[in-house]
Design a protein around this ligand. Structure first.
Ligand code: GTP
Length: 238
């Protein structure tokens, strides 16, 4: 029998994905879909931490490029991740998965502050923990947040959920001859400047020896299949 090598996972969800078919905001049917995909992994006994982006609501880098102060823009982006986190928490609880949200910027009326030991306790009690508000600092992406929280909770893997089934040498949506990589080293990604996660996130994962699996979340059953020990998507590691 194949063994699940990943007992504790850190899932990185892009905020953009939350839009579903919309131009902006949150598509409730996508939330329900994601909640059910996660429920399948959760029912296999995996401990699950989640980091979500905020790009469906506010994209800090684009706002900064359009003249907004970068720090202000990043603060707004971090607030957008909290909206996504609250929406996902409710979707998960609606399908019966106990979930807690912790924020890196204190807003106690809305959610618990990020306290690592408390997050670990939630995970060990069988609750999904959503880490919201990025690292709490401007200039850091939610990919970097995912690598940081993964190291802190000692995750066995970072799962980067996307709309494509792995990492390609060029955009598979635009190039029919794009080649998929099954395995890449961290250095390959950094040296070739492959656009999977930003370089800070890749470096942090490399330094802490946390593998990254890039998979297609829109294909139902992929998370469950990965946690059942199957090879899914592309893996970045040593
Ligand atoms: P245990 O202590 O393991 O039972 O965890 P718990 O999260 O079930 O209990 P706790 O009493 O800490 O929290 C009860 C509920 O209140 C949970 O939904 C928490 O997420 C929420 N909660 C806890 N602390 C805060 C906070 O500072 N702010 C907000 N808004 N909610 C909180």
């Amino acid at each position: 029998m194949i063994q699940n090598p990943y007992k504790r996972i850190l899932l990185k969800l892009s905020g953009e994905a939350f839009k579903g078919d919309r131009d902006y905001g949150i598509d409730p049917s996508f939330l329900t879909y994601v909640a059910n995909e996660l429920k399948q992994g959760f029912e296999l006994g995996a401990q699950i931490g989640i980091v979500i982006g905020g790009g469906n609501i506010f994209r800090g880098i684009s706002a900064a490029a359009n003249g907004m102060d970068r720090v202000t823009a990043d603060h707004s982006g971090m607030l957008a991740t909290v909206m996504n986190a609250l929406a996902l928490r409710d979707a998960l609880e609606n399908v019966g998965v106990p979930t807690r949200v912790q924020t890196s910027i204190e807003m106690k009326e809305i959610a618990e502050p990020f306290i690592l030991r408390r997050a670990m306790r939630h995970l060990s009690k069988g609750r999904i923990v959503i880490f919201a508000a990025g690292t709490g600092n401007p200039y850091f992406t939610t990919d970097t947040t995912a690598a940081l929280r993964a190291a802190e909770i000692k995750a066995d893997v970072i799962i980067k959920a996307t709309k494509v089934d792995g990492v390609y040498d060029k955009d598979p949506m635009e190039h029919s001859d794009a080649k998929k990589f099954n395995h890449l080293s961290y250095m390959d990604v950094l040296k070739e400047n492959i656009q999977v996660m930003d370089s800070t996130a890749i470096s942090l994962s490399m330094d802490n020896k946390i593998p990254i699996v890039v998979l297609n979340l829109t294909e139902s059953g992929n998370i469950k299949s990965l946690l059942n020990g199957n090879t899914i998507g592309s893996k970045i590691g040593d």
